[in-house]
Design a protein around this ligand. Structure first.
Ligand code: AHG
Ligand code: MN
Ligand code: MN
Length: 363
């Protein structure tokens, strides 16, 4: 009898879990966020929830194509074109970019989309009379992994549109990371994982292909204070400032560190979010501001890491405080466990101090 009760309780819990879909969860979260900080009004709660649903649909469409890309004509490889960043564009970048546009057509939610693959923001005019939001996104993060069937992801951020943007320059987007209402990513790995925050913790979902739904996997993810992983492209060593070289020499000479670098920020970030450690993409000789883009990559992940109890920095400044001067601005990135990020920052501060003392000492 007792066992039957236990079994039925387990059965009920499993069913409850299967019914905690992304859409249900987001709605609960936005309602909580409204009551805790008053930053979202009720119609906004519904809007954010509807936007997140559509982002889930985008994730499913992209995951479906990726899962069969090797068998399809014209799914893999380069387009032959170059994007506004000067980077070669893959067919999957174009496909994924269009998916995000398509899922927001006739949504009445998103008037404007800004993507790293588009020079200028894309307007959906039929949404603009009532659509108060802008979606900023990196449609495929880690494109170099696409053709070899390794992890890639999509990163997104939602901001409120301010004003009518009549000149189409989107200058209202040139604000710091605190203006994000929500952010997240979709990781296309062995399973498809959807991670988001609306400013009330970080939550992850796994796509159950048999249901076609994202089901809650982990609520209120907290990053460890410290972790063993350092994640950086060490092929750039020759191009780094001495401070970053000092840090890398430090981890090489101390026990307890292990290197992991996948070529997809989303994948490396996900590992660190769950297990701790630090991801770095510092400035290089060729790219003094680093490679990653503030509005589509680093600010959304900074929003998430802060919500998970970690830290994001340029090395010199809290990443959430960086105000871009242009849409496609890049920033150096140091992100992950608080202690590990602070250790990198301490090497940078130490060098800054020594450099500023240098001339004094020489006099
Ligand atoms: P994207 O594919 O969106 O251009 O981003 C690639 C990024 C990021 O995902 C990754 O961490 C980094 O570029 C890899 O760059 P390197 O090859 O220079 O290490
Ligand atoms: Mn990217
Ligand atoms: Mn990309």
């Amino acid at each position: 009898m007792a066992q039957t009760d236990e079994q039925s309780l387990m059965h009920e819990q499993l069913l409850d879990r299967d019914c905690t879909t992304l859409s249900r969860h987001v709605l609960q979260q936005v309602v909580k966020t409204i009551s805790s900080n008053g930053s979202l009004l009720s119609p906004e709660a519904q809007d954010i929830s509807a936007i997140m649903n559509r982002l889930g649909l985008a994730g499913k469409l992209i995951a479906r194509r990726l899962s069969r890309a090797g068998l399809m004509e014209n799914a893999l490889g380069m387009t032959g074109g170059v994007n506004v960043q000067g980077e070669s564009v893959k067919k999957m970048d174009v496909f994924a970019n269009e998916v995000f546009i398509s899922v927001f057509k006739q949504s009445g939610l998103v008037c404007r989309l800004a993507s790293e693959e588009m020079d200028k923001p894309y307007y959906i005019p039929e949404n603009c009379p009532i659509g108060r939001y802008t979606l900023l996104y990196d449609p495929i993060d880690g494109s170099s992994n696409v053709d070899i069937n390794l992890n890639v992801g999509s990163i997104f951020s939602i901001r409120q549109q301010q004003g009518d943007d009549l000149d189409g320059e989107a200058n209202d987007l040139l604000q710091d990371g605190s203006k994000q209402l929500a952010a997240g990513y979709i990781l296309y790995g062995p399973s498809t994982v959807f991670v988001y925050s609306v400013g009330n913790g970080v939550h992850s979902f796994v796509l159950d292909p048999s249901l076609g739904e994202f089901i809650l996997a982990e609520e209120n993810i907290t990053i460890p204070e410290h972790g063993p992983v350092y994640s950086v492209n060490e092929g750039n060593f020759w191009q780094w400032d001495d401070s970053i070289r000092d840090y890398i020499r430090y981890v090489h000479r101390h026990e307890g560190y292990t290197a992991r670098y996948s070529g997809a920020l989303v994948g490396d970030f996900h590992r660190i979010l769950l297990q701790g450690g630090v991801f770095l993409y510092p400035g290089t000789v060729k790219k003094p501001e680093g490679k990653l883009r503030l509005l589509y990559e680093t600010a959304p992940l900074a929003f998430l890491i802060n919500q998970a109890g970690g830290r994001a920095s340029t090395g010199n400044q809290d990443l959430m405080k960086v105000v871009p001067e242009k849409l496609h601005q890049r920033t150096p990135l140091v992100i992950g466990s608080t202690e590990d990020v602070q250790l990198v920052e301490s090497f940078i501060q130490d060098r800054n101090r020594r450099t500023s003392e240098g001339p004094v000492a020489a006099r």
